[in-house]
Design a binder for this molecule. Structure first.
Ligand SMILES: NC(=O)CC[C@H](N)C(=O)O
Length: 202
C-alpha cells in the first residue's frame, strides 16, 4: 500500500463529489468506492448523505453490504453524514420495510427527525475534537440520535438532540460538513484514519 492516506467515499447514491473534494482538502487521496475490490483498498470510508433506503438497497445489489459490515466490524475507520449516519446505526427507530443498516455505532437513530426538505436549516455547533469557531452544520431532512449505548460518545448536540457521535473508529453526524467549505470535520476523520493506520503498522 502507498504512503498516501486513501479514503474512499461510498459512491452508490448521494453527495459523493462534495465529500471527495472535502477529503482532498483534508490531505487524503480520495476515491469513489462502488465495488468490493475498491472497498478492500481504502484506509477509511465516508458514507455520504442521500437516501439511506436507496443506498442500503444498492449496497445489497452491488454485493457490498456484507463486505461493508465485515470491514466496519473489523475496525475500518468510517464516517457517515446524514443518510450515512443512519447506515451506521445499530438500530433505526422508524425503518422503511426491509431497510438494512451496516451498523457499527450503538445508537438508535430517528430518520427525518428534524423535518422535511423545506425545513432544512443551518446551525452553529460546538463539536468535541474540533477546535476554533463553531462548525456551521447544514441539516437536510436530517436524522437525530435518540440514545447512545455506553461505548458511544456524544460529540455535539443541537437543541437538546444528539447530532454527532463517535464510537471507536466510527464517526457520524446528522449534518453535512461537506457542503460548507469548512473541512475541519473531514480533518478530524482523516486524523482518525491516520491514527488507525499507524496503530495497524506497529
Ligand atoms: N440529507 C440526507 O442524507 C437525508 C437522509 C434521509 N432523510 C434518509 O433517511 O436517508
Amino acid at each position: 500500500m502507498s504512503d498516501a492516506l486513501v479514503i474512499g467515499v461510498l459512491a452508490l447514491q448521494g453527495d459523493v463529489r462534495e465529500h471527495l473534494v472535502a477529503l482532498a482538502a483534508a490531505g487524503a487521496a480520495a476515491r469513489p468506492v462502488r465495488r468490493p475490490e475498491e472497498l478492500a483498498e481504502v484506509d477509511g470510508l465516508v458514507l455520504p448523505g442521500g437516501e439511506s433506503t436507496t443506498i442500503s438497497k444498492l449496497a445489497t445489489l452491488f454485493g457490498l453490504m456484507e463486505p461493508l459490515r465485515a470491514r466496519v466490524a473489523d475496525g475500518l475507520p468510517v464516517y457517515g453524514t446524514c443518510a450515512g449516519m443512519i447506515l451506521l446505526a445499530d438500530k433505526i427507530l422508524d425503518p422503511r420495510s426491509g431497510q438494512e443498516t451496516i451498523g457499527g455505532i450503538d445508537m438508535i437513530v430517528r430518520r427525518n427527525a428534524f423535518g422535511r426538505q423545506n425545513e432544512s436549516f443551518e446551525a452553529a455547533l460546538d463539536i468535541e475534537g474540533v477546535d476554533g469557531d463553531p462548525v456551521e452544520g447544514v441539516f437536510i431532512r436530517a436524522p437525530w440520535v435518540e440514545s447512545v449505548g455506553a461505548a458511544a460518545r456524544v460529540l455535539a448536540e443541537h437543541e437538546g438532540h444528539i447530532v454527532a457521535v463517535r464510537q471507536g473508529n466510527a464517526l457520524a453526524t446528522s449534518f453535512h460538513p461537506e457542503l460548507t467549505g469548512d473541512h475541519r470535520v473531514h480533518g478530524l476523520f482523516a486524523d482518525m484514519v491516520r491514527a488507525s493506520r499507524t496503530r495497524g503498522s506497529l
